[in-house]
Write a protein that binds this ligand. Structure first.
Ligand code: SD4
Length: 347
């Protein structure tokens, strides 16, 4: 029996079982566990606010990570969701996954014309005996659950990027090397990075929001939602909807989410590998670093052409990240506020 559970039982034995957790959480929960949510990239600042509305009222980490990334899916001018860059045939195809504190998980991949893939992933988790649905089947399931079929028209910015891309039609993922960041110091950069960043060639420097949270009951959950890699081959699926690669949660240890070149996260079962390092006693940052270094050693000189990043949150609410290259940041929301932290990186 965990300390958290005991804490709850102590309260209930005092005869206040019906008392809601609301109101406790902004300061500390019944067991001293302060909620925290962390999410990838600068878009994470807004997403965290959505998650914090849930966590600060005593809501579950699961609800928080769904609501949080929905904020980003809604930002049509952003790089995640239906406003994102299309595949090379001109269609936006979306991947998403969600996982709770009891190893329940759900995901969708190659999903088209649905605004909130993360919520479809949650329905897969809660309403089906399966973990993953893809393509037409995933869309059909979404419609059966009351989701609306959205237009397939590209957003203005995606249309423009696609037109530019068609001029050469070469598939070359852009890594986010434009921002130079200090190798060691973490810094708070909220003011500098209020809007999702675009590279000077007009491309987004990322297409994903990943989020992990710890609630006042001491439970972890995670979510990840993405348009994948812009101008990818039709049918390509990345790491984000693959449980164990793009996202993994073990409530006894920690929760991890990945962003960057999905193919290289999949080949090392990235998020799960980071969790295993934390299980062996590594800090969240060190656990992320070990898996990034593994990818670097596998890729050798090709590591120069890709970006891979992990963020991790352990059971005690400690967090960390590591990226292959500079330019990655993540947003952290605690009772102290919401801030952006620049990630440590390898090369
Ligand atoms: C993918 N990992 O589909 C995602 C892409 C990403 O920032 O994270 N972009 O490979």
């Amino acid at each position: 029996m965990s300390i958290n559970r005991r804490g709850f039982i102590n309260l209930t034995s005092l005869g206040i079982a019906g008392f809601t957790l609301q109101g406790f959480v902004d300061k500390a929960s019944i067991n001293g566990q302060k909620p925290i949510v962390i999410s990838t990239w600068d878009a994470g600042l807004n997403a965290n606010k959505g998650a914090w509305e849930v966590l600060s009222k005593g809501g579950t980490a699961l609800d928080a990570v769904e609501k949080g990334v929905m904020v980003t899916e809604d930002e049509i001018s952003c790089c995640v969701g239906l406003g994102a860059n299309p595949d090379r045939d001109g269609y936006v195809t979306l991947d998403a996954s969600i996982m709770d504190h009891e190893f329940n998980c759900g995901s969708v991949a190659f999903l088209e014309q649905i605004k909130h893939p993360i919520s479809v992933a949650r329905k897969v988790m809660e309403k089906t005996p399966h973990v993953m649905l893809v393509g037409e089947g995933a869309q059909q399931f979404a419609l059966s659950q009351g989701f609306t079929l959205e237009s397939s028209k590209l957003s203005d910015s995606a249309e423009q990027s696609y037109k530019n891309w068609l001029k050469k039609s070469t598939y070359k993922p852009v890594i986010n090397v434009e921002r130079q960041s200090p190798k060691t110091a973490t810094s708070q950069l909220e003011d500098k990075f209020k809007a999702p960043a675009r590279l000077s060639n007009g491309e987004w420097n990322h297409d994903t929001i990943g989020m992990v949270a710890l609630d006042a009951n001491g439970n972890l959950s995670g979510s990840c939602t993405t348009s994948g890699a812009g101008f990818k081959l039709r049918g390509r699926v990345g790491d984000s909807p693959i449980i164990g690669a793009g996202l993994y949660v073990d409530n006894e240890v920690g929760a991890v989410v990945a962003t960057g070149q999905g193919e290289d996260v999949i080949r090392v079962a990235g998020a799960s590998a980071v969790v295993e390092h934390m299980r062996q006693g590594k800090s969240p940052q060190e656990a992320c670093r070990l898996v990034v270094e593994k990818i670097r050693s596998i890729k050798k000189e090709k590591a120069a052409d890709i970006q891979v990043c992990f963020i991790a949150l352990n059971k005690n609410g400690e967090h960390g990240s590591y990226a292959l290259h500079s330019g990655f940041n993540y947003a952290v929301h605690t009772t102290e506020g919401n801030k952006l932290i620049e990630s440590h990186f390898s090369v």
